[in-house]
Design a protein around this ligand. Structure first.
Ligand code: TYM
Length: 480
């Protein structure tokens, strides 16, 4: 190879990972350094097990979800009984999603079961309109088709909110206001440097990142959280990380809870290890609506093999699982660790042939795809409406705090004055603003709490800024 050819090869293999373009040989360790995320280590996995009481997902054990931002902080919040939620998304660009997209969604479904918490799913139709320059109505329609496949992963409709970004920001002023505040706190320079945008292209390309970032804060969902602060965990592949660098930067400036992330590796294209499986390379991609025959045909003919082309040589020498794409996919889709180990051993020793390992993949993968295809057929308009509805969701009850020394002293003093008080409301009956209104209305007095006059005397309520109460209901209750 001449030095010019070598340079060309180097250029071809140059790793590019952005939310819109992934190519070259992916070096995940390098990406972690480049992006500034943290590798998931054994201590964090142990913490996950301890806090949730659950065993690890095979994709955590196998290093498929391999890096994070503040996942430990999320686990602490969950352990402390704070409200938490999950957030992920899809950029509609094809009618059917591919098996790479399944990884964050199936993992998110599992996390929703583990944490039993709200989940929000952003359909980034406006992102695709900005970057692909496609007709918005077509993208919106694709978004709904994609949402059907997402729903078919088994999410809980009572705890899942799916939204088209365009529709939601036009419908929910609080979301649009919150995003506007974030835009005011985000410089053009920062967007350019995080996303590698050079000042060319349309304005929507520069505007979009704020929406994907803003959706990682509880303030974007007043129908779920009201004023109750909640911690967000975002599962996704590493290409989406730049959005959350932006989100975390905005969080520092705006004094918000930083989103936490858990990030996975890419399913490679059928034809080889470079880049990722992507809808834009349709010929090397397995789509969720492929039939079993199409799936088998694509896998048998296109899937790069780690076996010697001569079956007799493979039998003698064995194959290379690191090169074998069927095996690489099985690491994602064969959940049984023991079975995966047997397949590895068989292929490495040559007792499982190139065709056999591909057939094993067809069986394992189609089992998962069929479940999704069957579920999708049952989805009606009502179920879609349920998922898209801005509905309230159950949050953990606020924890009762033990009174501090000062507070105990205060209660003793109130007892002496024969002023009724209650630790029942120690954590929270009302926001400060409402307390002030209420105090004005009821001629109460505000100090650290609120003193209200009732028929029987005075009642002292402690103010906490996390819970809201309807003042009319409250005043009726205490007879003021
Ligand atoms: P999109 O539609 O490109 O991808 C959807 C999700 O799939 C992940 N992904 C992959 N994972 C494994 N292997 C692959 N080959 C592969 N290709 C894609 C993506 O990382 C993503 O998690 N801008 C986003 C949509 C979005 C979003 C979000 C994603 C909006 N808000 C919040 C994650 C979190 C997009 O176009 O994703």
């Amino acid at each position: 190879m001449t030095s010019e050819q070598k340079d060309n090869k180097k250029e071809e293999n140059k790793m590019i990972v952005t939310p819109w373009d992934t190519s070259g040989k992916i070096d995940y360790n390098k990406l972690v350094i480049q992006f500034g995320t943290t590798l998931i280590d054994d201590a964090l996995l142990e913490k996950f097990k301890k806090v949730t009481g659950k065993d690890l997902h095979p994709w955590m054990k196998r290093g498929i979800f391999f890096t994070h931002r503040s996942f430990d902080v999320f686990l602490d919040a969950y352990a402390n009984g704070e409200p938490v939620f999950l957030y992920t998304g899809r950029g509609p660009s094809t009618d059917a999603m591919h098996i790479g997209h399944l990884i964050p969604f199936l993992f998110t479904k599992w996390l929703q079961d583990v944490f039993d918490c709200p989940l929000v799913i952003q359909i980034s139709d406006e992102e695709k309109a900005a970057f692909k320059q496609l007709d918005f109505n077509v993208l919106h329609e694709m978004g709904i088709k994609n949402a059907k496949e997402i729903i078919s992963c088994g999410f809980n409709p009572k705890k899942t909110f799916i939204f088209s970004n365009r529709d939601y920001r036009l419908r929910c002023p609080q979301y649009e206001n919150f995003t506007s505040d974030m835009k005011n706190n985000t410089s053009m320079k920062l967007i350019q440097s995080i996303f590698g945008l050079q000042g060319t292209g349309n304005i929507a390309m520069y505007d979009w990142p704020v929406y994907q970032s803003a959706a990682a804060f509880y303030q974007a969902y007043p129908h779920i959280f009201g004023n109750r602060p909640a911690y967000c965990l975002v599962p996704h592949a590493i290409d989406q990380d730049p959005y959350f660098r932006l989100a975390r930067d905005a969080a520092s400036k705006m004094n918000l809870i930083k989103p936490c992330n858990i990030e996975c590796t890419f399913i490679p294209p059928l034809t080889g290890q470079d880049g990722k499986m992507s809808s834009s390379k349709a010929e090397a991609t397995l789509f969720l609506d492929d039939t079993e025959e199409i799936l088998r045909k694509k896998i048998m003919t296109l899937c790069l093999s780690g076996a010697d082309p001569d079956p007799e040589v493979h039998k003698k020498k064995g194959g290379n699982v690191d090169m074998d794409i069927a095996y690489q996919y099985l690491k994602y889709f064969e959940y049984d660790d023991k079975r995966l180990e047997e397949i590895k051993e068989g292929f490495t020793k040559g007792t499982i042939s190139a065709v056999e390992i591909k057939e094993i993949l067809v069986q394992s993968l189609y089992k998962i795809m069929k479940q999704i295809q069957d579920y999708r057929k049952t989805i009606d308009d009502k179920l879609i409406e349920d998922f898209y509805a801005q509905k309230p969701m159950d949050l953990p009850k606020p924890k009762m705090k033990e009174p501090t020394k000062e507070e105990t002293k205060l209660y003793e003093y109130l007892d002496q004055l024969k002023i009724q008080h209650t630790t029942k409301y120690h954590v929270a009956i009302i926001t400060k603003d409402q307390a002030e209104d209420l105090a004005r209305m009821l001629e109460g007095t505000i100090c650290k709490g609120i003193l209200l006059k009732s028929k029987e005397g005075y009642i002292y309520y402690i103010i906490n800024e996390q819970t809201t109460v309807n003042p009319k209901v409250l005043s009726k209750k205490i007879g003021a």
